[in-house]
Structures are given as C-alpha cells and as structure tokens.
Write a new protein. Structure first.
Lengths: 310, 284
C-alpha cells in the first residue's frame, strides 16, 4: 500500500496564489524527503496531508485514508512537527509532552510514560523537568520532535526539522530522524530546502518547485546508471580536459577535479592512457555517484534548489 | 550540543494499547485549562493573581460568617455575594482568560492541537468550559463557606434547610454571573494574542459600559429607560436576571424581567458561537 498518494492535487489560496498545482505522486513507506525552495509548496503539502487545509481540486490519500473526509483518523495516526516555534516557554517539557500525548488519546499514566520515553529517544532525558523557555534552539527542536512522537504514530511529518540548528545539531537531528525511520519502524516525511542535507538519510525523494512536481522516486532509482569518474591531477587540468575531449570524453570541471561520465569499463583505461601520454602527476582517480542535486540542476535550466555541502 | 544530550540507545517500543477518542482529548484539554486557571503545576508567579482574588472573595465570605456568629445578622446574603465580588471577579477574568487562550495564540501552539484528533470547536468549547468552571468555583466556594459557617449557628434542621436553600439560590445567581462573564471575557481574549492587550480589553469592555447604565438610569428617572438600563452592562445584567428570578435585587427591572433572561441567553449563545467561529477561521 502506498504511504502517501495524491491525484492532481491542487491548492489555490483565496488570494489567487497557487501553492500546489496538479500534483500526482505515490510514495512507499520509509524516509521520504520533500525538497523544494522556500515557497515551493512544502508546508501547504504537509497541511493538506494532515487535513488542516482542504485541496481546491484533486485528492490525497495518507495511510489509505482521505484526510479531507477522515481527518480525525488520519491525525490520530500521524505526528506533526511544525516549522515555526510552537512551544509554551513556561511549561516543563515532560508535562507539555504528556499533555500532548493525552490530546492524542493516550490514557493519563500511559501518556506520562510515553512522554518520558519520547524525550529520552530525542536525547532530553536528563533535562526533561526543566522549563522549555530555558532550552537552547536545539533542545526546543527535540521537544517539538518528542511531542510528534509521543503517541507512536505510523507517520511523522517533519517541517524543516533542522531549522536554526548548528552543523553538529543538524547532524544529530538527521541521525535521529534516520533512526526513527529505520529502527523505530515509523515512516517519516522530512521537509527541507537543503537537498544535500537530507538526501543521505532518505529512501525516496519528492522534489517540488513552484507547486509543481519535479520528480518523485526512490533515491537509488534516481542515481543508478549515473556513475562518474573523478580525476584530479596536480597540474595541467586544462590540457587533460582538452585531450579527453579529443578522445570523445566530455569532461566537466568541478573545483580542481574533472568529472567524466563512466559509461563502460574501458573508460578507466582511456583516462589512464591520456594522463600517461600527457605525463601529468595523477593525484586521484575514483568512481563516485552523481549527487541527486546534479540530477535536478541538469533537469531544470535554472537550478533553484539550494544545495548545502555540509 | 551538551554532553548530556547524546542519544541513548535503548530500544523503541511501539504502542499497542487503547487510544481514546475526541471526547477524552477534549476532557483532557478542559482539565489542563482548569489547572492553568488556578496556576497549578506552574511557577509561583502564575499563581499570585488568581490566588489573591480567591483570597479576597473568601475573606468576604469569612467576614460575613464572623459577623453572623457575633450578631446573628447576615450582612451579605448568598445571592448578594456574586454582585459584591463582581469587580474582583472581573480582575480574575482579566488574568485567567488571556492565560487560557491568548497564550496558545502567542506561542503558536494551536497547530499542535489542530494536528490532533480534536476539532476546532472542541478546543473552543473545552476552553470555555474550563473558564466557566473556574469562575463559578470562585463564587460558589465562598458561598459554600458561608453555608458551612451559618449551618453551625443555625437553630435545628429547619434552620440548616433554610441556609441550604439560600446557598442553592446563591449558586443560581453565581451561574448567571459565570455564564455572562466567562463567555464574554474568553471571546475578547481569543482575539488578542498579547496577554496584556487581552487583559486591558476585558477590563475596558466591562467598565466602559458602567457609565452608560448610570446615565440611562439617571435620564429615565425610574421609567422604562431606567428599568432596561441594567441590560447594557455585563456587570449589571446578571443582577437584572436575579431580580426577575427571585425579586431580591435592588435593580428595578419593572415588567422587563423576561427580557433580561432572554438577553442573557442571547449574549452567552452569541459569544460562544463567535468563539467557535473565531477558531474555525484561525489560520495555521
């Protein structure tokens, strides 16, 4: 069964802004990255999946239910972490998460236990009896994640979970999301405008731009058959590039390296022979995968996806 | 990231137990609201104002009991207590209503509530119920104290019975005050996301209408205008209803008693509907 499926999903706001336009996709359970620039329609998509917004036309299906008609059933099985600040500063974290657990239907004692558990899983066990107002941004993000996780949902919708975090905090948050998706067995949709950041933890990617679907597929399907060979020489990069072009290899420069599409085994020999003939000192020759971002930047003439190289 | 915030690797357990529905969630929100109203489970700072007000109204009841024990005279009847305490109760409204609703607006907590099974109307009505219960307790508990104090000095079972009937009458009047006060105050607070603005707006709405009533009363010279004057302030409207129900108030309502009852019902129903509508319209 598809985790999320949409058919011609369109959302036009009263002001005439089209946030989602004719979106048709279907994704399998796992960790799904939802990427797009700011204003691409990611948050609108999440809110539509939660049933908080009803689509102008088309339909969506989450866990086999239609959020417009069965919003309550969908919301009982989904955890949502908003992008913005949403925590009361004068409440104690453990109490707040317990309260949110009860709001999702957990009996009182269960809510208390699972709130402690959820806070422990996000790494806030020691600090859970402190007021949220005294927490750092990283800790607040963890409380936001804990309140989405407290009722053991089947699907987590995380809107920009790494917002405002330093590089170490981002890594910790992404590792945590990866664990939730793999070890906890909970499917996760993680929104981000930083493709480079989430591509390493995702099974599938949905890329949207201006409300339109760029691509929705499994990551491995996106990267198969696009191996490249990275060559680095100490000097004479330009000469090498020209020589390779003569032999029918279109090399593209990336920093001090040259990238050559690896189409067949013979490419290795060809590159090595060219380097030897020019008598250049070879530093590096390795095979690597295309980054997903490169796929999009070739697919769209003006790459608008902000790529981080964290 | 501090050293403590490393992730401990102790397995995750799925939850297979019961998941209670919307009704339970709404009840939880009501309980939470009632605790917030009295500052329970919160810092000492959050407790100061509600408990000063409770202390004042209680002190009023204790003085009444003490005077009655000494002289046998009831300086304030059960039904007069809500009216006598109304200004202090208004302060309670100005403190508690913003705590209940403005805080959620200010902290943007609403998306967390609305991404859960409860409906928006459940949220609005649970908050209203919490507010009303808190306000009612604020007036009804001192009336119960008056009853307990008086019952000891009353002569015989018939005396206690009369006191009990008096207290029940007092509770009915307290209910009228509660309905008018809490629905109006919560509606005002739900529009302002800053607590100070919300508190100010509540006081203004309650106070600004008082001169209107006084002016109409003065101009009417005991005629029709005087008799309907009390309709125009939330502070005096419940007194009019009390006069219609029991005829024990000093407010002259003439033949307009049922009008007072109707206006009260319309006001409460109107405020509650607008509150529900306000949360239906809130953008997330």
């Amino acid at each position: 069964m598809a985790l999320i499926a949409t058919q011609s999903l369109t959302k036009t706001y009263p002001g005439g802004v089209t946030a989602l336009s004719d979106l048709t996709l279907s994704v399998e359970p796992g960790i799904i990255g939802l990427v797009g620039a700011n204003g691409a329609g990611k948050s609108t998509m999440i809110k539509t999946l939660l049933g908080l917004l009803s689509p102008t036309s088309g339909r969506a299906e989450v866990l086999g239910l239609d959020p417009t008609t069965a919003g309550e059933q969908v919301r009982a099985r989904v955890g949502y972490m908003p992008e913005h600040d949403c925590l009361p500063p004068d409440m104690i974290a453990a109490e707040f998460v317990t309260h949110m657990g009860r709001m999702t239907g957990l009996p009182r004692t269960v809510a208390r236990e699972r709130a402690s558990e959820a806070l422990r899983h996000v790494g806030l066990y020691e600090e859970r009896y402190r007021q949220i107002g005294g927490y750092s941004t990283g800790m607040k993000q963890r409380v936001k994640l804990a309140q989405a996780l407290v009722h053991d949902p089947d699907l987590l919708l995380l809107d920009e979970p790494t917002n405002g975090l330093d590089p170490a905090g981002r890594d910790a948050m992404l590792t945590l999301i990866h664990r939730i998706g793999t070890e906890f067995g909970i499917s996760v949709v993680v929104c981000s405008h930083l493709l480079g950041e989430i591509e390493r933890i995702c099974d599938s990617l949905i890329a949207i731009e201006g409300g339109c679907l760029l691509r929705a597929d499994r990551i491995d399907a996106m990267t198969t058959g696009t191996e490249v060979l990275a060559i680095e020489v100490a000097e004479g990069t330009a000469e090498l590039s020209a020589a390779l072009a003569q032999r029918g290899l279109a090399a593209t420069a990336e920093g001090r390296m040259l990238l050559v599409p690896l189409t067949e085994e013979a490419t290795y020999d060809l590159v090595l022979r060219t380097v030897a003939e020019l008598d250049l000192p070879l530093h590096r020759l390795d095979q690597r995968r295309h980054r997903v971002a490169e796929l999009f930047s070739t697919a769209t003439p003006t790459p608008s996806l902000e790529v981080s190289h964290v | 990231m501090s050293e403590q915030s490393v992730i401990h690797d102790i397995g995750y357990q799925r939850y297979t137990g019961p998941r209670l529905g919307r009704g339970y969630a709404a009840r939880s929100l009501f309980e939470h609201g009632l605790r917030v109203a009295f500052g329970l489970g919160r810092s000492a700072k959050a407790k100061i104002f509600p408990w000063i007000v409770i202390g004042l109204v209680m002190a009023l009841a204790v003085v009444v009991v003490a005077v009655k024990a000494q002289s046998g005279e009831m300086i304030l009847t059960y039904q007069e207590l809500p009216g006598a305490a109304s200004v202090v109760v208004m302060v309670f409204l100005a403190v508690v209503a913003p705590e209940l609703v403005s805080r959620d607006l200010r902290n943007q907590t609403l998306p967390l509530y609305f991404s859960r099974p409860i409906r928006r109307s459940d949220y609005a009505l649970a908050k209203l119920a919490a507010m009303a219960t808190a306000v009612w307790l604020l007036m009804a508990a001192p009336q119960a104290v008056m009853f307990l104090g008086s019952a000891f000095t009353a002569d015989g079972a018939s005396g206690v019975g009369a006191e009990a009937r008096g207290m029940l009458g007092g509770w009915v009047v307290a209910t009228c005050y509660t309905l008018v006060f809490s629905s109006l105050a919560l509606l005002i607070a739900s529009i302002a996301s800053r607590r100070a603005f919300a508190a100010g707006a509540i006081v203004v709405v309650f106070m600004v209408t008082t001169p209107v009533v006084a002016l109409m009363d003065e101009l009417g010279k005991g005629g029709t205008a005087s008799q309907i004057a009390a309709l125009f302030s939330p502070l005096t409207l419940p007194e009019g209803v009390r006069e219609w129900l029991y005829g024990t108030s000093s407010t002259d309502v003439g033949p307009f008693g049922p009008v007072y009852g109707l206006v009260m019902l319309l006001l409460v129903a109107g405020c509650a509907s607008l509150l529900v509508l306000r949360y239906r319209k809130v953008s997330l």
